[in-house]
Design a protein around this ligand. Structure first.
Ligand SMILES: Cc1ncc(COP(=O)(O)O)c(C=O)c1O
Length: 395
């Protein structure tokens, strides 16, 4: 009989048992695991947003909405983009999706033919890698390094562009590295996009979460970019709304009807209650975003100071809520370190290989615990580090 596994389509990569699944298996047998794995803030959605969701449910928001999203939400998104220095989009050129995550796959399905090249800084947010694989596109990973704080530059993009290059993904601030590309470098990268006729997918989901005066430059407002940029974002991160599943993408008039059709086919529409909550988030008081940003900033400082004490190098986190640390500094590969930290220290972090890192040196730590939790992580981590270093000096 044909093995069932061989019935999978050729485009589905036969990865080994996925690292995350393996780590979840280890964690499931352990008590009191502190999780700094997923990019899901521990913070609660601000109260006025939750209330708006509850009220919407009470008044009948239990149906499909307009496939592209509630018109009032799309207007609010358009205004919000402009308020933060982005381009003015007409509401009919915005599609509300079940999280920004789904938008990545819609865009990939809509733009990439087999063999087209999609460029992505590496390490980079892994679903973009998966989206390229599922469309049979060729993923071109542009390798970053700690020496340049994992910052993508125009020269690097230029070096990797070929006549088959079609899409450049810019994630700014970046996941997993927390890097913010300086605005003048974003402008230079966009000049390459214009010269080489690339479409830029500008993932700006962490744009409201930057530190130490760094600022993430919106892409679609830059010269020549309006008609070649798809802006992708959502409310998950800045408003602690991951579970509501509301994101969006906005793009050029010529592309949006076809992309909106793909979204319709995949989801019909985004959850009505989520959209009402997102509307309250974007149109209500904005001090909650600053509060969330400050909370992450404080955690970031505590974690970085602790890593300094442990002698572990890391990329300077300038945005998002991650610290990308070179845990191999303790003397073993990052994947092994993450498994030992979980098994012996009951702390879950993810190795950089998940994000396409070509080295096995780094791990991502999410700032998804209060400061006390971060201090406890550092305490547990230090015990595991000491035990690894002792073993290595004995052998
Ligand atoms: C860079 C980036 N873009 C988009 C998303 C998708 O978020 P959501 O689907 O919750 O909007 C994430 C989630 O972690 C992310 O890290």
């Amino acid at each position: 009989m044909t093995q069932v596994r061989t019935r999978l389509a050729h485009r589905v990569r036969q990865h080994d048992k996925h690292i995350i699944t393996r780590m979840m298996d280890i964690a499931s047998g352990l008590p009191d695991v502190i999780k700094l794995g997923r990019g899901d803030p521990d913070l609660d959605t601000p109260e006025h947003i939750v209330r708006a969701g509850q009220e919407a449910l009470g008044s009948g928001a239990t149906h499909y909405t307009h496939p592209m999203g509630m018109p009032e939400l799309r207007r609010a998104i358009a205004d919000d983009i402009v308020r933060h220095g982005g381009a003015r989009y007409a509401p009919e050129h915005i599609v509300v999706t079940p999280g920004g995550q789904q938008a990545m796959f819609i865009i990939a399905l809509g733009l990439l033919d087999a063999g087209d090249e999609m460029l992505l800084a590496s390490p980079g947010y892994n679903p973009y890698i998966q989206a390229a694989e599922l469309t049979d596109a060729r993923l071109v990973q542009i390798r970053m390094s700690l020496e340049t704080n994992f910052t993508l530059t125009a020269d690097m993009v230029r070096e990797h562009v070929t006549p088959r290059s079609k899409v450049l993904v810019l994630i700014n601030p970046a996941n997993p590295t927390g890097t913010v590309i300086p605005p003048d470098e974003v402008a230079r990268i966009c000049e390459v996009a214009v010269e080489r006729d690339l479409i830029v997918v500008s993932d700006e989901i962490y744009a409201r979460l930057t530190y130490d005066g760094h600022r993430a430059q919106p892409v679609a407002v830059l010269p020549g970019m309006r008609d070649r940029t798809i802006t992708l974002s959502g409310v998950s991160k800045a408003y602690a709304m991951t579970g509501w599943r509301v994101g969006y993408f906005a793009g050029p008039a010529d592309l949006m009807p076809a992309l909106a059709e793909i979204h319709h086919g995949l989801a019909i529409s985004t959850s009505a209650v989520g959209q009402h909550a997102a509307l309250a988030a974007l149109t209500g008081p904005q001090d909650c975003v600053e509060e969330i940003r400050r909370t992450f900033d404080e955690r970031r400082r505590v974690l970085c100071a602790g890593l300094d004490e442990l002698g572990i190098a890391y990329a300077k986190p300038q945005g998002a809520f991650y610290v990308y640390a070179r845990v191999a500094d303790v003397g073993i590969p990052a994947t092994e370190f993450c498994e030992r930290l979980l098994a012996e220290g009951r702390v879950m972090i993810f190795p950089g290989r998940i994000y396409g890192d070509h080295t096995d040196d780094f791990a991502r730590l999410s700032l998804t615990q209060p400061v006390d939790g971060i201090r406890e992580v550092l305490r547990r981590m230090s015990e595991v580090v000491v035990s690894i270093r002792t073993e290595r000096s004995d052998s």
